[in-house]
Design a protein around this ligand. Structure first.
Ligand SMILES: Nc1c(NC[C@H](O)[C@H](O)[C@H](O)CO)[nH]c(=O)[nH]c1=O
Ligand SMILES: CC(=O)[C@@H](O)COP(=O)(O)O
Length: 155
């Protein structure tokens, strides 16, 4: 068998950028709390975590790109909450946020983590922001550390 690449979840020495949407701030602030908790509990120094607030999930990729292009960050996390309304707006915001995050990551060579909750209703969002379905911000933080460390294995 050849090599197996599997990264640890040790965040010591990593620098992480977080981009968080203000839309549905009641939920996204909880995702941010979860992400901060996840990063710090895995050894990331609070001084090495920068946070940028944007209006909504649609704007996350643009600022994630600005952060990634500085070359300062080992990973960038996008946090947002998109809740379906009564029009097609939801689909446009979700699609562009997801596509944009994937593009930024591939274009900049920096792991950009999709920490955007996309739900049918407020209840589903609350469940994923620190209640019965965990905290997707925390999960995104762990993914960021894993991807940052995994990327270093290919240097
Ligand atoms: N409806 C939601 C939005 N909409 C706002 C957009 O993200 C964007 O800020 C606006 O269209 C200006 O470009 N954003 C969310 O994060 N969540 C939503 O549920
Ligand atoms: C996702 C959002 O789309 C939402 O806030 C917009 O709601 P609506 O489709 O009712 O305008």
């Amino acid at each position: 068998m050849g090599k197996i690449f599997e990264a640890n979840l040790v965040g010591t020495g990593l620098k992480i950028g977080i981009v968080v949407g203000r839309f549905n701030e009641f939920i996204t602030s909880k995702l941010l709390d979860g992400a901060m908790d996840g990063l710090k509990r895995h050894g990331v120094d609070e001084e090495n975590i920068d946070v940028a607030w944007v209006p909504g999930a649609f704007e996350i990729p643009f600022i994630a790109k600005q952060m990634a292009e500085t070359g300062e960050y080992d990973a960038v996390i996008g946090l947002g909450t998109v809740i379906r309304g009564s029009t097609t707006h939801y689909d446009y915001v979700c699609n562009e946020a997801a596509k944009g995050i994937a593009q930024v990551s591939l274009q900049t060579n920096v792991p950009v983590i999709f920490g955007i909750v996309t739900t049918e209703n407020i209840e589903q969002a609350i469940e994923r922001a620190g209640t019965k379905a965990g905290n997707k911000g925390y999960d995104a933080a762990v993914s960021a550390i894993e991807m940052a460390n995994l990327k270093k294995m290919f240097k």
